[in-house]
Design a protein around this ligand. Structure first.
Ligand SMILES: Nc1ncnc2c1ncn2[C@@H]1O[C@H](COP(=O)(O)OP(=O)(O)O)[C@@H](O)[C@H]1O
Ligand SMILES: [Mg+2]
Length: 351
């Protein structure tokens, strides 16, 4: 069997650059090397592309970007040419690519932009396509489509940074729905720019913080209860991992908690009844389909004290280390990390 040259994109011009390094390190470490030859494409934090041929540890340690290990690179846009162009000083050389796997989080990686380049080049793409990636990145549009699919979403208002009266509108909305509220960039991840606001006086600071990550923000009512996740795999026929549960000891699942779990805990499976878990999985599948997802994605929802299921967001490229939630939920359902990667990649390669 001929091995597959798999372009793995890591880093990225995104606030989640460092999260991607950890995910990519785990993905490459656990890849079936009998089947796949990883072709690493590192995107620096300022958005420059490089073919990386150094030691994988350097990706984990954020020490990959150096002249010895890197060659400036670009994806050939010609449909079906399927190659990475290495832009060496002495001239351009080519590396053939059979499939592309963006292991990037957030802007310019998870939001459909890179997916568009890969689709245009006719390279089989691992994961969600351009449309579903873009829709899932936009928390408001994702909410609206989830609601059409019959899954509740928080009451919310979107505001623009350029709107001179955003604070006035925000305050009026919060007075109507009541405190506390969540203020978030419309399109971001890893809880960057997210605030839980308990006083009207704190709205402006929360808005300013959200606006440093995106030109639009979303203000949401707080959903009581706890957050649950669903790892969904497939296109058409879907496999769903065990539902997980985030136990918080206060506040919300912010950046520090996500990556250190200092005071919070992830329970897989969630401490809920089988019936409720099935209901959650069905809601996750409905949202996944409504947003046009394919390949894989993690659907996050809230479970309220009344047993109501409320949609939060879809992560089309969720954290992908051995300790991350998506692989954890699949592992609990009997699919180990390496096999999970092969299943995800084969869906694209089989296209
Ligand atoms: N409407 C809400 N009600 C309750 N908690 C929320 C709400 N929105 C966000 N949170 C909390 O904030 C965290 C981050 O928000 P989220 O929308 O998931 O952003 P990100 O894309 O950065 O992960 C969630 O994991 C949850 O703990
Ligand atoms: Mg989230």
């Amino acid at each position: 069997m001929r091995k597959i040259n798999l372009a793995i994109f890591f880093g990225g011009h995104s606030s989640e650059y460092e999260v991607s390094l950890a995910s990519a390190y785990a993905v490459v470490s656990n890849l079936d090397k009998e089947r796949y030859v990883p072709v690493l494409v590192g995107i620096s934090a300022d958005g420059q592309w490089h073919y990386f041929h150094g030691d994988l540890d350097k990706v984990r340690d954020n020490a990959w970007l150096n002249e010895k290990d890197c060659v400036p690179a670009a994806l050939c846009p010609n449909y079906g040419s399927r190659k990475l162009l290495l832009l060496k000083q002495e001239g351009v050389t080519e590396l053939p690519i059979d499939a592309a796997f963006p292991v990037l989080h957030g802007k310019f990686g998870e939001d459909g932009t890179l997916q568009g380049m890969i689709e245009m080049a006719g390279i089989p793409l691992v994961g969600c396509d351009v449309l579903s990636s873009a829709l899932c990145m936009d928390k408001d549009r994702a909410h609206k489509l989830a609601a059409v699919a019959g899954v509740l979403a928080p009451r919310a208002l979107v505001l623009e940074r350029e709107d001179g009266r955003y604070l006035e509108r925000m305050t009026a909305f919060v007075e109507e729905i009541g405190l506390p509220v969540f203020v978030k960039p419309l399109k971001a991840g890893s809880s960057f720019g997210v605030s839980k606001v308990s006083g009207l006086d704190d709205l402006e600071a929360a808005a300013k913080l959200a606006f440093t990550y995106d030109s639009q923000m979303i203000v949401e009512e707080t959903i009581e209860g706890f957050e649950v996740g669903c790892a969904v795999l497939g296109t058409g026929a879907l496999t769903v991992g065990e539902v997980d549960e985030i136990e918080l000891s206060g506040g919300f699942f912010d950046y520090t908690e996500k990556y250190t779990l200092k005071t919070s805990k992830i329970h897989v499976p969630a401490r809920i009844s089988q019936e409720k878990a099935k209901e959650i999985k069905d809601a996750a599948k409905a949202v996944y389909k409504a947003l046009g997802c394919s390949g894989f994605a993690r659907v996050d929802l809230f479970l309220t004290p009344d047993g109501e299921i409320v949609f939060n967001e879809v992560n089309t490229i969720p954290g992908f280390t051995e300790h991350s939630r998506y692989p954890g939920m699949m592992e609990a359902a009997g699919i180990p990390f390496g096999e999970l990667l092969t299943r995800i990649i084969e869906q694209a390669v089989g296209q």
